[in-house]
Write a protein that binds this ligand. Structure first.
Ligand code: PMV
Length: 349
């Protein structure tokens, strides 16, 4: 195969979903290595569609997001590709035209970097696959590893259902370098995620800043220990269909994430007033022990309400209805557990 001839004019497109962490990744070591292991549920509707086209020529990146040139993200992609060129030297000999679009608000605390970097990583792996064909298993493992180097949590979006990322001394299956799909009981196969979008504004403090504040965090050691327990317990709960344990871990992890932000030096808070009101309402409903749901937050003010599809009417009438009454203008995104990324096609022009 004459490599350059084969790749000149090659283009590939993938659609990749976001994911919501059940056990949170918060704190990292150099090289995008997580300080503690995490578990997530892959979403279905919140996705990034990315097309990557390459032409022989000096390395350059032309990135557009929803038809507009995005200078900030374009610079981040340029740095990402430059870093990856030590692993994939062909990158240095190509110019990249990348077009991307999201199905949900950008930077709204719905992990947009997870869907963005997983879609980019899948495109890159497809190109790499032209050079060195990979087995299906190796393809997704490589895509997950490349996604991680762009944005840690992105490595989990490569897989459908639930995925785990981060080494655990009690189980050799898991790695710091890529995510691994994990089995779930049929009782967790129809989970819905109703995202309460409290704000679509850009986050006040980026995730990378938040991760860095864990380095000298007064509760770092206790947190990483807690995360390891949550990790093991959640994997068991997901495999055995232990909904109560799954629900408890999910709430605890979402609130712990924000309590770590509040206790950072300097402290920061990503809650909006509506977030606090809704959390209080949800905790009051949970304490009555009659509503079968859980909830969590990502690094932002929005709340993910997670429950079984069969409880949708109950949730609409008893929980979502109350939130709509309190805040009539609030946007809801109806998502659910998803089947992972989809290949949109490739061609040579
Ligand atoms: O992948 P990053 O670097 O954007 O960090 C994401 C961190 C959280 O979304 C808050 C938690 C997680 O595990 O997804």
């Amino acid at each position: 195969m004459t490599l350059n001839k084969t790749l000149d004019g090659f283009s590939v497109a993938w659609s990749s979903p976001s994911n919501i962490a059940i056990v949170k990744y918060w704190g990292k070591l150099p090289g995008q290595i997580p300080a503690s292991p995490s578990v997530s549920m892959t979403l279905d509707q919140c996705r990034t569609n990315t097309e990557m086209a390459i032409q022989k020529g000096p390395f350059s990146v032309d990135f557009s997001f929803e038809g507009n040139q995005e200078v900030k993200f374009s610079e981040r992609i340029k740095r990402y590709l430059t870093e990856l060129s030590s692993r994939m030297p062909w990158i240095n000999d190509y110019s990249f035209v990348i077009k991307s679009e999201n199905s949900f608000p950008h930077s709204a605390g719905i992990a947009s970097s997870a869907s963005a970097f997983s879609a980019l990583a899948l495109c890159l792996t497809s190109i790499q696959n032209q050079i060195t064909p990979l087995s299906e298993l190796a393809f997704y493992k490589e895509a997950s590893l490349l996604a991680r180097l762009g944005s840690g949590s992105a490595c989990r979006s490569i897989y459908p259902g639930f995925a785990a990322w981060g080494q655990d001394e009690t189980n050799e299956t898991f790695s710091d370098h890529y995510a691994t799909p994990i089995k779930h009981d049929s009782r967790l196969s129809k989970l819905v995620d109703t995202i309460i979008v409290i704000s679509q504004k850009e986050k006040r403090v980026s995730s990378s800043k938040g991760h860095s504040l864990m380095t000298n965090h007064p509760y770092a050691e206790a947190r990483f220990l807690q995360a390891r327990h949550s990790f093991r317990d959640s994997i068991q709960a997901i495999a055995n269909g232990n909904i109560d344990l799954f629900n408890d871990i999910t709430i605890s992890e979402g609130l712990t994430l924000h309590s770590l932000m509040l206790s950072s030096t300097p402290p920061f808070m990503l809650f909006e007033p509506e977030t606090v009101t809704i959390i209080n309402l949800l905790l009051a409903l949970k304490s009555r022990n009659e509503t079968p749901f859980t909830f969590t937050l990502d690094a932002g003010p929005n709340i993910h309400l997670i429950y079984d599809e069969s409880d949708s009417s109950y949730m609409n009438e008893n929980v979502i209805f109350k939130i709509k009454n309190l805040f009539p203008g609030i946007l809801f995104i109806n998502d659910k557990m998803g089947g992972g990324p989809t290949f949109l096609g490739e061609r040579l022009t």
